[in-house]
Design a protein around this ligand. Structure first.
Ligand SMILES: [Zn+2]
Length: 105
């Protein structure tokens, strides 16, 4: 792959190197798993910063699919990275998850 198709580390001015293809990335909506994507894990060869990029155009599974939980478990046997769309959503999600841990239904 040519360097122009790779993410570039701004700090190091070097193209990232792909470490793994097809890892599962779980998009969260607050404290709920919302969609699963396949993406690639990249690492800067200089500072070793890791990023996830190269997402598929469509999610491989969505929360309203009947077999979503099964697919999620299957993907979690590989590398599963959980992420939120914004810092606020992440903070809110983690707060709710903590409250759920304290007060289970
Ligand atoms: Zn770097």
């Amino acid at each position: 792959m040519g360097a122009v198709n790779c993410p570039v580390c701004v700090k190091c001015a070097v193209a990232f190197q792909r470490q793994r293809c097809g890892i599962a990335a779980e998009l969260m909506a607050a404290d709920l798993s919302y969609q699963l994507y396949l993406a690639d894990l990249w690492e800067c060869p200089s500072c070793h910063l890791e990023i996830v990029a190269g997402f598929g155009v469509m999610p491989i599974a969505e929360h309203f699919h009947k077999d979503y939980e099964r697919e999620r478990k299957k993907q979690s046997e590989k590398l599963l990275i959980r992420f939120w769309g914004s810092v606020n959503d992440k903070d809110n999600g983690l707060r709710l998850m903590k409250e759920e841990a304290i007060c289970p239904l």
